[in-house]
Design a protein around this ligand. Structure first.
Ligand code: HAM
Length: 424
């Protein structure tokens, strides 16, 4: 059969054979965030394009090359290319700062980037995100990083398979001098930079530091430490001290500048040594103390993280982490006559209402074919309804593993199955 329509390139369908694992990791993320005092926020799938231009940055790759922009009337919208700006917008719009205390918001969201698809890199992907507003204290940085690493541990990813890379990129007071030093370095080494870095040197010189192609050239680029102002230095030292207190392992990565313009001070990524190939960042984040104000809100220090859902699943599979099995149904009803089908349908309804997962043939198949379906469905038992069962108002429950059979009065069937199969 020739396929007339396909999913757009780089965008994936998630079928039942894997969607139950998505549900599992999503439930873990929700549970984990609740433990740390976060509440869920859901924002629209699209926002005005200007929101991302102002926050992620007009010259960033995400906005300038990868954003899906839709025009409707006078409005320009963009499918969200990331989750932080929409949450900051909602924080301001709903006056969440008025509570006067720290706001902790988490989300699970699709996002869209028109990148070249490859393993671990898609055009529609999903993120687990957490954003914390209202404190500049290094305690918040440490708690967020500890929460992220504990999430991966909770999923069963061993500590040695991951590396937390940590950096600081200073603040608007101290970064300009550093930026200029990197720019001057880039100018001196211009011919040795890749084409992409040559073109972004003027706009965004710090990005030459995290370009893999230019590593040999930028190895001797100036480091930020001598340029940090005393507040940024003290903040970064305290974050590291607190991580040590919490036994969160990290490595300092001087190159970690991140590709979104809103960051200040702490930046971080967690990379995995297996499962992701070239796209080895499992998550990324940092502080963005100026973003809320830049979007029209009150000055509000903040920080957050975005974790790739697809990449998390790739790592779990690559490391053979024990994961839940696909859900099995409890019972499959096999009817031997049309009359029995009606009884079967009623029983199925009763069982489902009581929380038993069960299925029944909907195509009028022969008893033999129904039995095959029952076996293929993975059900734990088959409920057989023939003439003698109808005559005695019973059902024969057949254990599909040990093949034992027992007659149960129909009136007691639900309770019997619930107890035997310890259904919910
Ligand atoms: P990001 O580093 O652009 O940060 O994305 C976060 C994570 O999303 C990445 O580490 C990666 O796991 C995943 N990811 C990114 N692009 C793709 C893609 N094309 N396909 C599959 N997975 C991808 C942000 O988006 C920031 N909003 C994170 C943040 C939250 N910073 C502060 N708060």
């Amino acid at each position: 059969m020739e396929l007339r329509y396909r999913a757009p390139e780089g965008m994936n369908d998630v079928l039942p054979e894997s969607s139950y694992l998505w549900c599992f990791v999503e439930a873990c993320w929700r549970d984990h965030c609740h433990r740390y005092g976060y509440g869920e926020i859901r924002t629209p799938i699209l926002e005005t394009a200007a929101l991302f231009e102002r926050s992620v940055g007009e010259t960033s790759d995400i906005v300038s090359k990868e954003m899906y922009v839709l025009e409707r009337g006078e409005e320009r919208y963009a499918l969200k290319p990331e989750g932080t700006a929409p949450v900051a917008r909602a924080y301001i719009e709903h006056g969440l700062h008025a509570s006067g205390s720290v706001q902790k918001l988490y989300y699970i969201t699709p996002f869209f980037r028109g990148e070249r698809p490859q393993k671990g890199r898609y055009r529609q992907a999903h993120q687990f995100g957490a954003e914390l507003f209202g404190t500049a204290h290094p305690l918040a940085d440490a708690e967020l990083l500890a929460m992220v690493m504990a999430f991966f541990a909770q999923l069963g990813i061993p500590e040695h398979a991951l590396e937390l890379r940590l950096n600081t990129i200073g603040c608007p007071n101290c970064r300009p001098a550093y930026r200029n030093a990197v720019y001057q370095f880039g100018q001196r080494n211009f011919s040795r930079l890749c084409k992409n870095c040559q073109s972004r040197l003027e706009r965004n010189p710090l990005r030459i530091l995290d370009c893999k192609e230019c590593t040999a050239t930028t190895m001797n680029a100036p480091l930020i430490d001598p340029y940090l102002c005393s507040d940024c230095r003290a903040h970064f030292e305290k974050v590291q001290e607190l991580l040590n207190t919490l036994s969160v392992r990290y490595v300092r990565d001087h190159r970690l500048v991140r590709g979104l313009d809103y960051y200040t001070r702490t930046t971080f990524e967690v990379v995995a040594d297996q499962g992701l190939g070239a796209q080895n960042a499992l998550c990324g984040g940092g502080r963005y103390d100026g973003l809320v104000e830049a979007l029209g809100g009150p000055p509000t220090p903040a920080l957050g993280v975005g974790i790739g859902v697809e990449r998390t699943l790739l790592v779990l599979h690559a490391l053979n982490v024990a994961l839940p099995s696909p859900p099995r149904i409890d019972a499959f009803i096999v009817a031997f006559s049309d009359e029995a089908r009606l009884t079967g349908l009623q029983l199925a309804q009763q069982l489902r209402t009581a929380g038993v997962t069960c299925d029944i043939d909907l195509e009028g198949r022969s008893p033999k074919a129904q039995m095959r379906l029952a076996n293929r469905s993975g059900a734990r038992c088959a409920i057989l309804l023939g003439e003698s069962e109808l005559a005695t108002a019973t059902a024969t429950v057949k254990d599909l593993e040990n093949h034992e059979q027992v007659a149960v009065p129909q009136a007691e069937l639900t309770e019997w199955i619930r107890t035997r199969l310890s259904c919910r």
